[in-house]
Design a protein around this ligand. Sequence first.
Ligand SMILES: Nc1nc2c(ncn2[C@@H]2O[C@H](COP(=O)(O)OP(=O)(O)OP(=O)(O)O)[C@@H](O)[C@H]2O)c(=O)[nH]1
Ligand SMILES: [Mg+2]
Ligand SMILES: [Zn+2]
Length: 290
Amino acid sequence: MDGIIIKGIAGFYYVKVNEEVFECKARGKFRNTGESPVVGDRVRISVMDNMKGTIEDIYERKNILKRPIVSNISKAFVVFAVKHPDINVDLLNKFLIQCEMNDIDVVVCFNKVDLDNDYANNIAIEMVKSAGYDTLILNAKEGLGIEEIKKRLKDNISVFCGPSGVGKSTILNIIAGYEAMETGKISDRLRRGKHTTRHSELLSVESGLVVDTPGFSNLDITFDEKQEIQQYFPEFRSFIEECRFKGCMHFKEPSCAVKEAVEQGEINENRYNFYLRLLEEYEKGGNKRW
Ligand SMILES: Nc1nc2c(ncn2[C@@H]2O[C@H](COP(=O)(O)OP(=O)(O)OP(=O)(O)O)[C@@H](O)[C@H]2O)c(=O)[nH]1
Ligand SMILES: [Mg+2]
Ligand SMILES: [Zn+2]
């Protein structure tokens, strides 16, 4: 039978097959190959009795995220609050880059609009929309935007990510219909340490699977080569072909269609400046880390 690992605790893997969950051990061969099953893996299992089984094979992964370790993510809900905490635009851009690198579909959620009457003029929202990302406005406390999230969960393995305190777990609990995740004060007080010590679990919601993550205040991203960076800016794509020079880095080259698009306001300036900073950091850092 084929299924998906939704939880792993102390050497046991819980594998969902249709609506049933089997408690499985991994075959010894995985220990030898160093390939260990992770949450999100699509696996082939053999079943004994009592809903117990053995993982025989792990199918090839589409991607694998490190924090938390989850594979085969198809959609990311990148959640920020318009206020409390304020938006860290660099961090938001880093989340977007990370999703592009892993071939993950992005939905950017701006939560807590009840705290800011002027959110319509928020430059971060404007920036994300202009880059072409699916963007949702939320007030999780009042349930605003929740239906839009539900629609997007269907048939995906999704991840909720973003800084601490923006409302990720609050949103997930509303969708799950029960307190699947702890929220608020406790989570705020203990911050990151709290979730990282716990196992991650895929929750079944709206005919999809979803995993909550602890809030990150920073992300490490590394690039293998400089030319790669521009690929992670989807709004550059249609212009890149128009640049005069093949291999244009859209920096100082003449007749660069990307730079022209920035001047014309067709590419958001903050995004372009962020791109330039990535280039600069890449060239500086011998370890290609920023
Ligand atoms: N005003 C307002 N507060 C909200 C809204 N959504 C969530 N909150 C509050 O924000 C606080 C943090 O919410 P959580 O859901 O715990 O945030 P989180 O993103 O899961 O945080 P971490 O688990 O630390 O990463 C809680 O006190 C929530 O009640 C909203 O739409 N408006
Ligand atoms: Mg949380
Ligand atoms: Zn160019």
